[in-house]
Structures are given as C-alpha cells and as structure tokens.
Ligand binder design. Structure first.
Ligand code: SAM
Length: 195
C-alpha cells in the first residue's frame, strides 16, 4: 500500500525518460506557483541525477540558461551546464555568475543531507542546506527573482521562513503531491526578490 504512490511516480519517470521521480515534484510546484518561464536563467543546487534539470530546460527553452551543481557528477544533459561543487563553498557564487554571464532569474535547491535517521539532526542539516542555498541565491538573483528550496520539517522551520522572507515579497511553504506521504519534506517558495 505505502509503496503505491512511489511506484506510480517512479514508473512514470522511467516511462517518460526523467532521471528522477523528483521531476514531478518540481512540475507540480511550477503548476501551482509559476516561478519559471521561457528564456529564464536558472540555477539548480543539488541537481544530480538531473530530473529537475530536465523540467527546467523544458520550460526555459533554447533561449534560456540552465545550470546544475552537485557534489556528485551530473551525467551530461543536452543544453545544460553542469558543475561538480559543494554549494556551501563560497566560491560557488562566482562560478554561478561566470557560468550564467551575470545574475539569474531563479535559484532552486533540492539539496538533502545524508539521512541519519535522527529526525532533529536531519532537519537541522537540511535547514543548514536551505540557508547555504539562500546565501547563494541572494548574491546571484536579479531583482524580482525566485528561490525554491527543499526543507525537512522541524523546529527551525519558522527561523528559515523568516530569514527567507526578509528579502522576498512573498514566501510560502508547500508539499507537492509527488512527495511521499511519509516524507517530512516541504518546499519553501519565495518570489519577488528585493535586491
Ligand atoms: C534529492 S537529490 C536531488 C535530486 C534532483 N532534484 C533530481 O531531480 O534529480 C539531492 C542532491 O543534493 C546533493 N547535495 C547535498 N548536499 C550538497 C552540497 N553541499 N552541495 C552540492 N550538492 C549537494 C546530493 O549530492 C544529491 O545529489
């Protein structure tokens, strides 16, 4: 029973040639909040194996720029720039600005820590990754840009929300239908970056 939904998106991803079932989470968030657009410059932090990148490229189209960064190597994807780097490393900001040829419209993060099984510890590590992504976002986003990041729910959620909300017009939390029910993940969707 509990594997039914996972199997549904897992099989759908296989059938539709997406590299991960996570692709449907991003597509669902996009359908609801509409933060990506044709021609956008977009950076995806924690992008391996690349399901999100495929969705981003479909939306950005040939005139857009899509950049994916991960600790792991991302297997080549046509029309997408990929880099192997640690997002917590301060040099990532320059790397993104160089690769994009300036500021970008959208920063996305699906980064997740290695799961320890300790709920509080995993939450704190996830919150630290959201803040690392946010620190990149606030340096590379153009005015009115958007930031979307995965967060494991827990006690620092409010703090993360307040930090992000300090520089965006609108911030929401949302869990896409494709997220497994038993998962504690949620997504921060921030739009209207104030430079
Ligand atoms: C859930 S996966 C991303 C899946 C991806 N959105 C997709 O659709 O294929 C999370 C990724 O975050 C990456 N990650 C975790 N910490 C990171 C860090 N500090 N810097 C870069 N990538 C990181 C992991 O290597 C992993 O590939």
């Amino acid at each position: 029973m509990k594997d039914r939904k996972r199997d549904y998106y897992y099989l759908k991803a296989k059938r539709e040639n997406y590299r991960s079932r996570a692709a449907y989470k991003l597509a669902q968030l996009q359908n609801k909040f509409n933060f990506m657009f044709e021609g956008m410059k977009c950076v995806d932090l924690g992008a391996a194996p690349g399901g999100w990148l495929q969705v981003e490229k479909e939306i950005a189209g040939p005139s857009g720029t899509v950049i994916g960064i991960d600790l792991a190597r991302i297997k080549e994807l046509e029309g997408i720039l990929t880099m192997k780097a640690d997002v917590t490393d301060p040099s990532v900001v320059e790397k993104v600005l160089d690769a994009a040829g300036g500021k970008v419209d959208v920063v996305l993060s699906d980064m997740a820590p290695n799961i320890s099984g300790n709920y509080d510890l995993d939450h704190e590590r996830s919150a630290a990754l959201v803040l690392a992504a946010f620190n990149v976002a606030r340096r590379v986003l153009a005015g009115n840009g958007s930031f979307v990041a995965k967060l494991f729910e827990g006690r620092s959620e409010k703090e993360v929300f307040t930090t992000v909300a300090s520089v965006f017009e609108d911030v929401r939390m949302s869990k896409p239908v494709a997220s497994r029910k038993q998962s504690s993940e949620t997504y921060v969707i921030a739009t209207g970056f104030r430079e």
